[in-house]
Write a protein that binds this ligand. Structure first.
Ligand code: BES
Ligand code: MN
Ligand code: ZN
Length: 499
């Protein structure tokens, strides 16, 4: 898909389709008014006749309008004008592109970005626009051999701005958005691939491919023999009953000056989580193929970074394995020694994410990172606490927490902070080891983060629990690509020297 920004006038622009807004109660947007005037009042008459009311999601395709260079005008409902903000803008564009995706239209220009959208600017409108296009047009079809799902014909989409002075900002927004959706596409694909294909070895191969294709990326794979030498008892305990060998994948992006401390992104890569001996119930267990979405978001972020060539050093660290039951499985009650030297009593083998992450976090120290962010579908409790709209954020650093919250807000990929605390950490006491891997049902998202916090002493660290946001269940089941937009916004701000 090709994206561009344009400042041409809507009346004169040649395209297959111009997308223009209609607000609640049939009030024409500024561009719809201009198109109406140039076409002799057809649009106004159509709207007054009641063919489109302007409610969010309404769409109406008009063709053969005299006086316009565009072949079609797609009117899209935008809701009340006074509450037209970034969210409403995205939803309207998604509705418009959803309608276009069902036609054979190959190119279009959106004029929604010419309206005044409260609380945002040309840069973010273009970037959100590209992301909305990705949301509306993304399909995961590679494993279907029949059925009428086809990739949409739309291959080129423009975003219009009112004034020439806004064009450079919009172009930057388009470029950033395009890189972000390339990253999200990879993240979603890896998440959506089934667990018999997307194994730890598959992820390792995909990481090697990243290094082949992106000249600033280098990849290294730590195998099980090396994990044993490193003393990664947490990761090895989780993988012990799997026939698929575990991998620790290291993906280095070097866009910054030599010797500049990197940001480390650590992603949970459990390619299938049965729960192990503490086995999960059968219902919806298939969704535990998404338990590597944290890892997938690290892949996607590194790819997006490489495409944008941001002047930063970032290292992705992905511990990946399967959590299976079996004769060689870890038993509830087993005690293992982690790479940090701490011993952990594994009281519940389904709390496996923290067991692989603790070793990956310890491993991250060898890069002397200035910041460490882990991303994990870590707890069902986080989904209970925050639902599926907002990512859980926990951090031992106030500034970092603030930066990530702000990045989530800017990127429209929000996070919400939950606390850490000694009271919670005390729930992790074990009678037999330094630490237990579970702490009861209450505050489960927080106690999981407190477990990780035991391994991040002295690091500037944040944890993103994406159990609710990285994928959708139900009819729309599939990976979302989150939190790639949040992470990219955080890194873009950093590259801008904002901090
Ligand atoms: N991968 C799950 C967390 C999860 C649950 C993600 C539901 C998405 C949806 C994780 O490994 C897990 O099983 N966590 C347990 C922890 C418990 C045993 C302390 C959970 O959340 O129940
Ligand atoms: Mn689990
Ligand atoms: Zn899990």
């Amino acid at each position: 898909m090709e994206f561009f920004a344009t400042s041409g006038s809507p009346e004169k622009a040649r395209s297959s389709c111009a997308i223009a807004g209609v607000f609640q109660d049939g009030r024409l947007s500024s561009v719809a008014k201009r198109l109406d005037k140039a076409s002799g009042g057809v649009i106004g008459r159509t709207v007054r006749r009641g063919d489109i009311a302007g409610k969010p999601g309404d769409v109406l395709l008009l063709t053969n309008l005299d006086g316009l260079k565009t072949q079609r005008v797609l009117l899209v409902g935008c809701g009340p004008q006074k509450s037209f903000g970034a969210r409403q803008y995205r939803k309207a564009l998604e509705a418009a592109l959803g309608a276009i995706a069902r036609t054979s239209i190959r190119d279009a220009v959106s004029y929604l970005s010419c309206e005044s959208v409260s609380g945002t600017d040309s840069y973010y409108l273009a970037r959100y626009g590209v992301e909305a296009a990705h949301e509306a047009l993304y399909r995961f079809l590679e494993l279907k051999t029949e059925g009428d799902d086809r990739p949409p014909a739309l291959g080129k989409l423009g975003f219009a701005v009112n004034a020439r002075e806004a064009l450079a900002d919009a172009e930057r927004g388009v470029a950033h958005g395009a890189a972000i959706v390339i990253g999200m596409e990879l993240t979603r694909r890896l998440g959506n691939l089934p667990p018999n294909i997307c194994t730890p070895a598959y992820l390792a191969d995909r990481a090697r491919q990243l290094a082949r294709e992106e000249k600033k990326i280098a990849t290294r794979i730590v195998d099980e023999a090396a994990m044993k030498k490193l003393g990664m008892g947490g990761l090895l305990a989780v993988t012990s009953a799997s026939d698929q060998p575990a991998k620790l994948i290291v993906i280095e992006y070097r866009g910054g000056a030599n010797g500049t401390a990197p940001v480390a992104l650590v992603g949970k890569g459990v390619t299938f989580d049965t729960g192990g001996i503490s086995i999960k119930p059968a219902a919806a267990m298939d969704e535990m193929k998404f338990d590597m979405c944290g890892a997938a978001s690290v892949f996607g972020t590194l790819l997006a970074l490489a495409r944008l060539e941001l002047p930063l050093n970032v290292v992705g660290i992905v511990p990946t394995c399967e959590n299976m039951p079996g004769g060689t499985a870890t038993r509830p009650g087993d005690i293992v020694r982690t790479m940090s030297g701490r011993t952990v009593e594994i009281l519940n083998t389904d709390a496996e994410g923290r067991m692989i992450l603790c070793d990956a976090l310890t491993y991250a120290r060898r890069f002397n990172p200035e910041t460490v962010i882990d991303i994990a579908t870590l707890t069902g409790a986080c989904v209970i606490a925050l639902g599926t709209h907002i990512t859980g954020l926990m951090s031992n650093d106030e500034t970092l927490a603030g930066e990530l919250l702000e990045a989530g807000g800017n990127a429209d990929d929000r996070a919400w902070r939950l606390p850490l605390g000694e009271e919670y950490a005390e729930q992790l006491k074990s009678n037999f080891a330094d630490l237990a891997n579970v702490a009861g049902r209450e505050g489960g998202a927080i106690t999981a983060a407190c477990f990780l916090a035991k391994f991040t002493d002295g690091l500037r660290w944040a944890h993103l629990d994406v159990a609710g946001t990285a994928y959708r269940s139900g009819k729309q089941k599939g990976a979302t690509g989150r939190p790639v937009p949040l992470l990219m916004e955080f890194l873009i701000q950093r590259a801008n020297g904002a901090r």
